[in-house]
Design a protein around this ligand. Sequence first.
Ligand SMILES: [Fe+2]
Length: 178
Amino acid sequence: MDGKLLELFPEIEEIKDTAIREKTLDTLTDAMKSGGWNYTDLDIVPFTLLIEGIGVSFRQHTRAVTQMAIACARIMDQQYREHYRINFDYLIAGAILHDVGKLLEYRRTDSGFVKSACGKLLRHPFSGAGLCTKHGLPDEVVHIVAVHAKEGAGGYRSPEAVAVHHADFINFEPLRDL
Ligand SMILES: [Fe+2]
């Protein structure tokens, strides 16, 4: 159990299934190691390269998306439980990991952050889904990561994936349109 990562992403503690919680932490740790990032970098790496000088980090964005997806899913679960149920473990793991592939997609240079060679070939939904599969996360979690962005448009999204997708864009568009 990586206590430091739990401190940085306290929402992970809300995952009740121990195996999913461990695998979520393992996936984050693997992405950090593979991308060459340390804990401090999580507050420095921008959450997007699409907005210059954004000033919102990978960690801030990930936590905001996770908190918003949980809030959204609580209402979905209360209002529509006759129609479908939300699995909060899948939702939280998927939200925490939705952008984990960005830790492989970006690299640091002397003049700032740019796409890595891997990132040019595999956008973060692909590399993120691959990492989640590698660490044995359930398909329901891999699905959330795989379809959270434009790659998932037009196809099936589970209720948990819909919540994460919209939470992600709520945490992107107003900053983009400033
Ligand atoms: Fe995101």
